[in-house]
Ligand binder design. Sequence first.
Ligand code: CAP
Ligand code: MG
Length: 396
Amino acid sequence: MPKGTDLICTFFIEPEGISLKEAAGGVAAESSIGTWTELTTTQPYMNKLAAHVFSIEGNVVKIAYPIELFEPSNMPNILSSVAGNVFGLKALKNLRLLDIQMSKELIRSFKGPRFGIAGIRKLLKVPVRPLVGTIIKPKLGLDTKDHADVAYEAWSGGCDIVKDDENLSSQKFNPFEDRIVQTLESRDKAQKETGERKVYMVNITAETETMLKRAQAVVDQGGEYIMVDILACGWSALQTIRNQNLKLVIHAHRAGHAAFTKNPKHGIAMRPIATVARIIGVDQLHVGTVVGKMSETKGEVLENIDACKAELGGLKPVLPVASGGLHPRLVPALLETFGKDVVIQAGGGIHGHPNGTMAGAKAMRQAVDATLESKTLEEYAKTHSELKEALKLWSA
Ligand code: CAP
Ligand code: MG
């Protein structure tokens, strides 16, 4: 059986031409002291470093890796060990990493979330209700002034959060430096007028040194949030950003995750991706929606939420973000899946409102209020015209 300090991986394994037991042993060997062929060792201490298969149920295999195999606070090292060469072995038809569990000792060598759910709620002064956010759309092409104007409308209508899209960085039509200055001016104006706290999640995604400069620029301009495309940037870059210990909430966009997560038999499930992101220290993470445009099932989304919030070496819980094809009609179903600790984020489902962005943001807040008051959206729409228009447009 595994030791308390071991790292444990759960894999789905489908062998090709060998037994499942051999395949499981091969995965354990390739990721620890062995390789594809049996080696005789003259150094007995090495056996202490061997990874061990300790459970096989159906095609689900659990492997324990001694902590000494890894360098603490080095996520690339950990992942190229347990989620590296093994995916390409000829003797495996399919291999999927379903879960990764690290000991408290290893987890504590990373920073973990600085803010987490409680810190974000404190910052935004929204103790209970779900947070409402939008992604500026069209995703690319707006110039800086239009970007800042659309953001202002979204905040004025009731959004707590405005975020850049994942592929907006510092293009000529909307350079980073100008964008933060002008969009934060919109934030300040909306904040003053509404009396609500408003935040801007600016996308700093770039080469690591540029990201560091951009993160510092956000601090200097009075921003409170940054957004990082965590898989495109890589774990190492994310860790570098987190290790600066800046007073910035880190919003994690997972663009590209489906290359790892979508095939149910092969790749890396979202759960371990969420676990790794939390251990490194993101505060918010996209986890799917069930009801929107992206493909995850309810079971998968619930697992992702669990990875964000379950006890994990004493780390703060990460705030789950629901995004992708959302609009006001979907709010009751979303809250049923997520509960109140969620950012409901809608791009097209806010800016696509027949009366524009401000009306779209109002409709979204009205849908949240209706659901929290246990009223049907139709009932609430009788006295709330923006929601009424939204329900007509998004009729199912
Ligand atoms: C949502 C979104 C997000 C996706 C990513 C988009 O916009 O900004 O990138 O949600 O998927 O461009 O699609 P809409 P996930 O509201 O207009 O769909 O959250 O599953 O990682
Ligand atoms: Mg997007």
